[in-house]
Design a protein around this ligand. Sequence first.
Ligand SMILES: Cc1cc2nc3c(=O)[nH]c(=O)nc-3n(C[C@H](O)[C@H](O)[C@H](O)COP(=O)(O)O)c2cc1C
Length: 172
Amino acid sequence: MTVAAVHLKQTDVLDAKELRSVFGAFPSGVVAVAAEVDGRLTGMAASSFTPVSLEPALVSFSVANTSSTWPMLRRSAHLGLSVLADHHDRAARQLAGPADHRFDGLRTTLRDGGAVVLDDAVAMFDCTVSQEVEAGDHTIVVLHLHAVQEPLSDVPPLVYHRSGFGRLDPHV
Ligand SMILES: Cc1cc2nc3c(=O)[nH]c(=O)nc-3n(C[C@H](O)[C@H](O)[C@H](O)COP(=O)(O)O)c2cc1C
């Protein structure tokens, strides 16, 4: 073992901005979490999506406790999750912007139960909420998968990294 010259900063001296920047070292995809609630398209972008379990089929994402959209979304019987494609960089920002315009120009499909998916996503999931776990200033939402569709498997996903969007190189 080498005694490395790395210096790890204690998290208690980091503010939220610095911590967010450190978390940004980890690349992720982005999903649109969406449903029709009271007749309105309702949704948000989330980069915290994580596959959780195969049997039963579970996924999760974390939502900030300050979110004004989650209290509406969680009322829907079903939620749609759409994995954004590499051409969805503007859509991702839009899905995090003013609530009335999040779906402007986006082609969507409403499923029985209220889930809404983006038609040109890389993959789509129709889910119900299985569990909500308090975790600091976020809530981890565990979702049960009921139906999946992978319509455009040759389309690369959008990659979110260090607060910006990137693309994957073709597999090497
Ligand atoms: C790329 C990207 C990823 C995001 N990921 C999350 C996330 O995982 N969890 C979350 O609570 N908000 C996330 N947001 C922010 C939400 O999309 C949304 O802006 C936030 O919930 C505030 O809106 P609201 O009050 O309508 O919920 C993300 C935004 C962007 C642009």
